[in-house]
Design a protein around this ligand. Structure first.
Ligand SMILES: *Cc1c(COP(=O)(O)O)cnc(C)c1O
Ligand SMILES: [Zn+2]
Length: 416
């Protein structure tokens, strides 16, 4: 972790030392990439130094992270990451596929992918002695920050839209964060969090604004590499294709960064292909990608998948590049297709919230359109738990019947 040597702007390539800036490029507002001393890391470590570590959390990859371990010795309370990768055979067969994996991020401590980012931001906050961490959130980023902060005794303030699903708001409150609901949308909460951080001297976790969120999210790529043993693959045959749902674009950019780190270290056989999936009603990144542009035009976002409902994606440029530089693409899906994908995943024992199932809906479309071939190796990220949004889940299924408590009534019902 002593190998964090600065930041580089993703737009103008300007470089900054670790102490000079905190968030985005002062010249053009571009997202900053955290720069690690890869040359030094390469000298110091071999792949087996990483893959033989015993931590079953993202701290397994500590040598490749820009922050120190934040927990008291021996405790990994709230430890995020190292989520399972399943091989759902029945679902693969139904889709006519031979090699399908699902990485289940609902298994994180606060039940979404956001725990990865919040774990690293909280570690950074402790390192720099920030009194308070603030974030805007549609729910999951806030829950993750609140949970991670509670685990280490850090103060957190969450600004969420008033419309956030009740389960997510309940999580924020139970973790003991200071929760303030904003009578506006996510984008308005986002700007308010930045202003509050500036005025009150708080540390701002906002996705696509704080450079350290990406460093947490890249650990998902390390795990895919570690768990599927991609270090041993050679660059022959079709690459692994990874499907990721996209809102602000920070997850797909983080996964891209993780694979790029591994590539620079010389540890990756073949760069996976990244496919971003957006809801049709919230598809600013997909629009830019298909226009062959890096200019992100805001939309008026509307989708059942609240976690990816974003007017102006804050990490859109890197999100476009993640697909473009890996031979991937962007796919958009309807809310109806998202609800069907919730049921598809449910039938193999995976419970996804709408934004989590969006990636699976994208895979189904990609198979129909020939974007992936049935025997391509494919990994789908489920980014969040279905328990986060029970109202949406109920729309994906038929309501349960109610019967009298008698065998007669049960038999009558089963006879249909
Ligand atoms: C935040 C989130 C996403 C999208 O991540 P971005 O970085 O905003 O693209 C997808 N799914 C879930 C469940 C999320 O919480
Ligand atoms: Zn710049």
């Amino acid at each position: 972790m002593g190998d964090f040597i600065g930041y580089r702007c993703s737009i103008c390539q300007a470089e900054y030392p670790p102490t000079q800036v905190m968030y985005t490029c002062p010249k053009d507002g571009g997202n900053l990439d955290v720069v690690l001393d890869i040359k030094h890391l390469k000298q110091k470590y071999h792949t087996s130094d990483i893959t033989s570590r015993t931590e079953a959390s993202l701290w397994r990859y500590l040598p490749l992270l820009p922050v120190p371990f934040p927990h008291a010795e021996g405790t990994t309370l709230g430890a995020a990451g190292y989520t399972p990768i399943y091989k759902p055979q029945k679902l693969a067969e139904r889709l006519g596929m031979t090699r399908l994996w699902v990485k289940d991020e609902s298994r994180n401590p606060t039940a979404s992918f956001k725990d990865r980012a919040s774990a690293i931001v909280v570690a950074r906050a402790i390192q720099i002695g920030a009194p308070v961490v603030v974030t805007a959130s549609t729910g999951n980023a806030g829950a993750a920050l609140a949970g991670m902060a509670a685990a280490v005794g850090q103060k957190a303030v969450i600004l969420a839209p008033r419309s956030a699903p009740p389960a997510k708001v309940a999580q924020l409150l139970v973790y003991g964060a200071q929760v303030i609901l904003v009578d506006g949308n996510y984008d308005e909460a986002f700007d308010l969090a930045i202003q509050a951080a500036q005025e009150f001297g708080w540390y701002c976790r906002n996705t696509g604004y704080n450079p350290f969120t990406l460093e947490g999210k890249k650990t998902a790529a390390f795990e895919i590499w570690d768990q599927l043993q991609l270090a041993n693959t050679t660059a022959v045959g079709r690459p692994l294709t990874v499907f990721v749902s996209v809102g602000d674009g920070n997850i797909i950019s983080g996964i891209h960064k993780g694979f790029k780190d591994l590539e620079e270290l010389g540890w990756l056989g073949q760069m996976p292909r990244l496919i971003g999936v957006q809801a049709q009603g919230s598809a600013a990144v997909a629009h830019a990608f298909h226009a062959g542009s890096e200019i992100i035009e805001p939309v008026q976002a509307q989708t059942i998948a609240d976690s990816i409902s974003v007017d102006l994606p804050r990490d859109g440029v890197r999100a476009v590049r993640a697909a473009r530089q890996t031979g991937g693409t962007y796919i958009t899906v309807s809310d109806a297709e998202i609800l069907t994908a919730i049921a598809d995943l449910g039938q193999v024992g995976i419970f996804a919230e709408p934004a989590g199932a969006t990636a699976m809906a994208g895979l189904k479309k990609a198979l129909v359109d020939g974007v992936v071939k049935p025997d391509d190796p494919v990994l789908v990220m489920n980014t969040g738990s279905g328990l986060k949004d029970v109202r949406a889940a109920m729309q994906a299924v038929h309501a349960a019947p109610v019967i009298e408590p008698s065998m007669e009534a049960l038999k009558k019902h089963l006879a249909g």
